[in-house]
Unconditional design. Structure first.
Length: 191
C-alpha cells in the first residue's frame, strides 16, 4: 500500500511570486524591484523580470555598468523623444472618407516642453555625443554596431564609445535633475 503524500506548509512569501518560469528560448531578462501595483501599503516592492533583449540602457543598468542617475537620465531622454516624435499615423477605417488632406494635429504643451528639453540636451552633448546617445537610446544599437556604422571596429573604439556614452548619460542626469553638478565630498572621519 503506497504512503500518503504530505503537503508542504503554506509559504506566504511564495504566494505572490509573479516571476515567469516559462521564458522563451532566446529571452534575456534581469530581475528588478518595482512598486507593487496590488499593494495595500504604499511603498511595498516586488521582484519582477525585465526584458533586456532590445534595451541597451536596461542591459547596462542590470549589469551595473551605469548607476541609477545615469539610467533615469537616459529613460527621461527616451520619454521626451517619444513625446516629441510625430511620426506617420495609421489609417482609421471607422472615420468617414473625406476628399483632401487631414487637418494637422495641434502641438500640445507637453510636446513643446519635450522638444525644448531635447534641444537643450543636444546643445550640451554636442554633435558627436548627441549622435551617440541617439544611436544607443533611440535606435537600440550596441557599441559594436555604433563602431561599425562609423567604420571604427576595433576594441579600442568600442571602449571609447562606451566611456563617451557614460559621459553623455552623466550629462543627461544633470540636465533632467537626477544628479547634481558638484557631488558632496565624503569627509574622512578617521583622525
Amino acid at each position: 500500500m503506497p504512503r500518503a503524500k504530505r503537503k508542504k506548509p503554506h509559504d506566504p512569501a511564495r504566494a505572490h511570486d509573479r516571476r515567469s518560469r516559462d521564458l522563451p528560448r532566446n529571452a534575456e531578462v534581469a530581475t528588478v524591484e518595482v512598486d507593487n501595483p496590488l499593494a495595500l501599503e504604499p511603498g511595498e516592492k516586488i521582484v519582477v523580470l525585465r526584458s533586456i533583449r532590445n534595451d541597451p540602457l536596461g542591459r547596462l543598468h542590470s549589469h551595473r555598468q551605469i548607476d541609477e542617475a545615469q539610467y533615469q537620465g537616459g529613460r527621461a531622454f527616451q520619454d521626451d523623444w517619444e513625446k516629441a516624435e510625430r511620426g506617420p499615423r495609421a489609417v482609421d477605417p471607422t472615420r468617414d472618407y473625406v476628399d483632401g488632406g487631414q487637418a494637422r494635429e495641434p502641438i500640445t504643451e507637453g510636446q513643446r516642453k519635450a522638444v525644448l528639453r531635447l534641444n537643450r540636451a543636444e546643445r550640451e552633448l554636442g554633435a558627436d555625443g548627441s549622435a551617440l546617445v541617439h544611436d544607443v537610446l533611440i535606435h537600440g544599437m550596441t557599441m559594436e554596431q555604433v563602431g561599425q556604422r562609423r567604420g571604427l571596429c576595433t576594441k579600442r573604439w568600442h571602449d571609447y564609445f562606451a566611456r563617451r556614452l557614460k559621459e553623455c548619460l552623466d550629462r543627461l542626469a544633470l540636465i533632467y535633475g537626477f544628479a547634481t553638478a558638484n557631488p558632496i565630498a565624503v569627509k574622512n572621519l578617521r583622525r
